[in-house]
Design a binder for this molecule. Structure first.
Ligand code: IMP
Ligand code: MG
Length: 332
């Protein structure tokens, strides 16, 4: 089985939580990350500890899984080495030898460029590193001495394995191709690109799981329909803060159906995961069976399936990797 998980909104859909559940329940040989780079912050609560990961896949929670970063991802060696230590995953964490390295000059440029300010980038050097790669003056990660022992051919590894989980990053509306250009990240982040990022062809993918949150948030500038002021978001318990930048996220209590329909199409989603249902419908915290959800919460999930035509197989009901309704056995 080779599955891809992608974000269907503006990032911060709760991919980390869903990935950690899938890693624990499906026991993949490899969990590999695609996407842009350390601009993403994936959070996972596991055995009482919060981990905010910007480089390593959240699938690290399964100690039997190898965790890898695909060739398409820009890698900041400092962030990688820090997270390796934090998660204690040395020996089973690897980076594709073709990854482009994020150097100090990329971070400096990202922090100072006028354009980055206009867009509100994460200042993590991702955009400038992507530009270096396109300009053909990028530095490969295999050329950084302290990274050499973690460097392998991830593309070969994922093709040779049977059970692989791919972790996308950011969200569809931030795609440089399909998002709210120019207020987007520096790469396409749809499922096809995530597959290419790690070296898998489209025909080897079994399922594309698109994750959405029960409401919509956006961090950084750009168009954002049905936005509400911070005070209202606080009252609704929906006010969030960026994992990477600490910036307050912008909130819309609604799902943006037109955008989601398009995201389902372009990603080729075959399943959906819906997170933070307990935030939108208080009283449903920690529920593990669909039948135990309140009527209102169940109707909301039914509405998503009816409007988007894709089964909702996974439902997040709390922060822990285990606060989840997994309906795959019933629905698929
Ligand atoms: P960059 O990816 O750092 O160049 O930032 C471009 C835009 O994408 C900014 O609005 C960022 O806030 C946003 N962005 C990039 N990565 C993420 C993410 O993982 N979650 C949410 N927003 C992101
Ligand atoms: Mg995030």
């Amino acid at each position: 089985m080779k599955n891809i998980l992608v974000g269907g909104q503006y990032g911060d859909e709760g991919k980390g939580k869903i990935i950690s559940h899938l890693a624990l329940s499906d026991n993949p040989e490899i969990v590999a990350r695609g996407g842009v780079g350390p601009n993403a912050g994936h959070k996972v609560l596991y055995e009482g500890n919060w981990y905010s990961l910007r480089m390593l896949p959240c699938g690290f929670v399964n100690k039997n899984s190898k965790i890898m970063i695909g060739a398409g991802v820009c890698v900041d060696p400092e962030v990688f080495l820090k997270e390796l230590e934090l998660t204690g995953t040395a020996g089973r964490a690897f980076v594709d030898k073709r990854c482009t390295a994020i150097l100090q000059k990329h971070k400096d440029e990202d922090a100072s460029a006028e354009l980055s300010k206009k867009i509100g980038t994460t200042k993590t050097g991702c955009g400038p590193a992507v530009v270096s790669r396109a300009r053909r003056d990028g530095v490969l990660i295999a050329d950084i001495p302290e990274m050499q022992k973690y460097t392998i051919d991830v593309a070969q590894a994922v093709n040779n394995a049977k059970n692989v989980l791919l972790e996308g990053s950011q969200g569809f509306m931030l795609s440089v191709l399909y998002g709210t250009y120019p207020f987007v990240t520096s790469k396409d982040v749809s499922a096809s690109s995530v597959a290419a990022d790690v070296g898998l062809g489209p025909t080897s993918i079994d399922h594309v799981i698109m994750v959405i949150k029960s409401y919509t948030t956006r961090v950084g500038n750009g168009p954002f329909p049905a936005e509400i002021p911070v005070e209202e978001a606080v009252k609704m318990n929906m006010q969030e803060y960026g994992t990477v930048t600490g910036r307050p996220r912008r909130t819309s209590p609604e799902l943006h159906w037109e955008d989601l329909r398009f995201a389902v199409q372009v990603n080729g989603a075959t399943q959906m995961a819906v997170t933070k249902l307990d935030v939108r419908f208080p009283g449903n915290n920690g529920v593990k069976k669909f039948a135990d959800l309140s009527g209102e919460a169940r109707r909301f999930v039914d509405q998503i399936e009816a409007k988007l035509g894709v089964p909702v197989t996974l439902i997040g009901t709390g922060p822990d990797a285990r606060d989840i309704i997994d309906r795959r056995a019933e629905v698929l």
